[in-house]
Design a protein around this ligand. Structure first.
Ligand code: ADP
Ligand code: ZN
Length: 721
């Protein structure tokens, strides 16, 4: 019969059946317009046997409106959508939405009008026109973009169009990207790099699912190594996906990619403009985009001919999506490779315990790069016990660390101080009445930012100017900053070493690719002596003159009792330590701590990674934590506190009784108020044998809630707030 089943982009609806109109050729994967009441909704034609739905008699079916002018979503991508929805207990439509992530792309080919100089002269030259013409030499863009480039109004440019100085050009919105050349630059690989690269290249040629863990110390040249199989995929005419954890890191990556392949890769991340999105999406779909470098959402792009996936810095927690569909891009990447039948490599100097375990049990093949490239040594690591070497009153850096920086200043080398806290101080209070500045929308203190003279919430973005007087008691000049943030550390360095040129590197200061590039150039030119930075500077950067790394407070990450606190601290400190001594000069790392005996800190100081992983593995095994057991959480939220509490209570009352499954809660979440929503949570810990997702789905589907209540499921959670 001429009917199809569609997965429609509306989470409240199940699959819907439609009649295929005369003459329409439609099959699984086609993106179609479906009538729904008086409206039209986008759907994806699906294999009906995979989408159980209610059988509607043929005469009641409405006809599909049209097929959208995009290639059908491939079977491997459809399987990935099903798997992701199933594993993360999300609706199929919310996952499918991530694949159809450019509205513009679905509308088919399009052109835009851009303008460029003709070489002609205006009848009347004005200083503005002159400046504009100079600035626009060699540029071609829309009037609005040109106005931005030239720093003049759009009116000025329209005047130039009328005068024939600028001419319109019709441009294909989806024009192909420049071609990457697999053999643009030749690199000589070290022996161990070559073994790893050859293995991966061979896997690319095999076109079979094969997961790898590329375990290489910082500075071992993991990027150079995985560029070889990337080149191999290009030679075979196949597409490649490289996932990076942080878009701020891409600048450095793009540069290296260009040196190797002659062009920059295709970018994919959430802050692309809609024209860039549609161009990337359509080129990925038609197979022309060769190498896509992106954030986690790139995983759901409709590749036509994917041949290889790289997850760089695979241990990074930012691969975990924390709202909407809460998925872990590292794990979904492996599943995509599985469905596509291709190799995938997870690259890291500090792999997640879960990944190491997979390698140990033989599921992932392990490739090792045990030493730094070019003979650079790993840095010497030492701890500073803050209970013995106390910093001066009101300061945060021990004298030994300051002396270390001073030595580097003398030798014209650079230092990096790491503290994972943006702003000046994490808490501001009134000395007179004890008032503390709290976010009105979140259970969190407001963080003082001196650069911008504002108090800001790092959870919801709420901001208010720093007041001169206490808003509670009205006392002027009584507000005190408690604890350090990076800005305060920078002030301290400037005060104690007045000659040092200090730069604060955080997401506040490196908030655009341009700024990141400028920062890198300044460090490389030796214009910065001391970098004070958050986790943003712990990875990716390669500064040969940087020989000292100071960890301001290694204990910070260990507070809070998060399941992965030890591992995260280990990874962060090891990564930031890995920034030291990457050139010919040896590096030194000083870790400030109040607990030098803690197993994480001791392992770091001894450079004994195995000892740390062994201790951590035992701890997790005993706790039934991943990878030995599984966690999941249910987060219930509402703007109304009573409503949230009531919904949580009802879910709690309906808890299933399943062997080997422990359910804790409901209890107010540690962040009991977040972005204006009151939150409760339940935490589940299960043996691996428990079909956890099925249990959760059955449990939650039996309960209805008022429309203001949101119930989110987090499988394999990373965040416990
Ligand atoms: P990792 O990502 O493992 O920390 P990188 O890939 O950043 O290491 O490499 C460290 C430095 O060594 C980079 O500057 C890189 O260009 C250089 N490098 C690594 N391997 C080679 C090679 N085979 N030939 C030339 N330079 C290399
Ligand atoms: Zn807030």
């Amino acid at each position: 019969m001429n009917r199809v089943r569609c997965l429609v982009l509306n989470a409240a609806l199940g699959p819907l059946d439609y009649k295929v109109p005369e003459g329409m050729e439609v099959g699984p994967g086609h993106v179609v317009e479906c009538p729904l009441g008086p409206r039209t909704i986008i759907g994806i034609v699906w294999e009906s046997e995979r989408l159980p739905g209610t059988e509607v008699p043929a005469e009641k079916l409405r006809p599909l409106r049209s097929i959208l002018p995009v290639p059908p979503l491939s079977a491997p991508l459809r399987r990935l959508i099903e798997w992701t929805a199933d594993y993360y207990v999300a609706s199929l439509s919310s996952v499918a939405r991530m694949a159809l992530s450019s509205g513009g792309a679905l509308k088919g080919p399009a052109t835009i009008t851009e303008y460029r100089l003709t070489g002609g002269m205006p009848e009347r030259m004005t200083p503005q026109r002159h400046a504009a013409m100079e600035a626009l030499e060699g540029e071609q863009a829309t009037i609005r973009e040109l106005a931005g480039i030239a720093g003049v109004s759009e009116g000025v440019l329209r005047g130039l169009v009328n005068q024939g100085v600028l001419e319109p050009v019709e441009v294909d919105c989806d024009r192909p990207f420049d071609e990457a050349r697999p053999d643009f630059a030749q690199v000589d690989l070290s022996e161990s790099q070559k073994i790893a690269a050859d293995t991966l290249s061979e896997a690319v040629r095999q076109k079979k699912f094969a997961p790898y863990l590329l375990d290489g110390v910082t500075g071992s040249g993991k990027t150079e190594t995985y560029f070889e199989p990337v080149a191999e995929a290009l030679r075979m005419g196949r597409q490649v996906l490289v996932l990076l954890p942080e878009i701020a890191l891409t600048e450095n990556f793009l540069h290296r990619f260009e040196e190797r392949f002659g062009v920059t890769p295709v970018l994919w991340h959430s802050s692309l403009k809609s024209t860039q999105r549609r161009r990337a999406w359509r080129n990925v779909a038609n197979g022309d985009a060769q190498v896509v470098v992106g954030a986690r959402s790139a995983l759901f792009l409709p590749f036509r001919n994917l041949g290889f996936i790289v997850v760089d810095e695979a241990h990074e927690t930012s691969f975990k999506q924390e709202d909407g569909v809460r998925y872990n891009a590292r794990d979904v990447a492996v599943m995509r490779a599985h469905f596509e039948g291709i190799p995938v490599v997870l690259a890291s100097a500090t792999p997640a315990l879960e990944s190491l375990q997979m390698a140990e049990s033989g599921v992932y093949a392990k490739l090792d790069l045990p030493s730094r490239f070019g003979g650079a040594e790993l840095p010497d690591i030492d701890t500073i016990d803050l209970t013995e070497e106390k910093p001066p009153h009101g300061m945060w850096l021990a004298q030994r660390l300051i002396d270390g920086i001073a030595e580097r200043l003398e030798r014209k080398e650079q230092s990096l101080l790491f503290l994972n806290r943006r702003g000046y101080a994490p808490l501001t209070l009134c000395r007179n009445c004890g008032f503390r500045f709290q976010c009105p929308n979140c259970s969190a203190w407001l963080v003082e930012h001196r650069f911008t003279r504002r108090l800001a919430c790092h959870h919801c973005g709420h901001e208010t100017p720093s007041p001169a007087a206490c808003p509670e008691c009205g006392e002027p000049d009584c507000l005190v900053a408690c604890g350090p943030g990076v800005e305060r550390i920078a002030d301290e360095v400037a005060e104690r070493l007045p000659d040092a040129r200090v730069f604060v590197a955080t997401s506040d200061t490196l908030n655009s690719p341009g700024r990141a590039a400028e920062f890198i150039a300044q460090v490389e030119a030796g214009a910065i002596d001391v970098i004070v930075g958050t986790q943003l500077v712990t990875k990716g950067f390669h500064f040969p003159e940087l020989t000292l790394v100071g960890v301001v407070d290694a204990d910070l990450g260990l507070e809070g009792g998060d399941l992965r606190a030890g591992e995260r601290t280990y990874q962060q400190v090891a990564q930031v330590a890995g920034r030291a001594g990457r050139g010919s000069k040896p590096g030194e790392v000083l870790i400030q701590t109040r607990h030098p005996e803690a197993s994480v800190i001791a392992a770091l100081a001894a450079g004994d990674r195995d000892a740390f992983y062994e201790a951590e593995t035992e701890m997790r095994r005993e706790a039934g934590a991943p990878p030995f057991g599984r966690w999941a959480s249910i987060i219930i939220s509402s703007e109304d506190e009573a409503e949230a509490r009531e919904a949580a209570r009802r879910i709690g009352d309906a808890r299933p009784d399943v062997p080997d499954l422990m359910i804790l809660g409901p209890a107010p979440a540690p962040m009991a108020l977040l972005r204006g929503r009151y939150r409760y949570r339940l935490l589940m810990n299960a043996r691996r044998s428990v079909q956890l997702q099925d249990v959760i789905r059955r449990w939650l589907s039996s309960i209805d809630h008022p429309s203001g209540v949101r119930v989110g499921v987090d499988v394999d959670p990373y965040s416990f707030v």
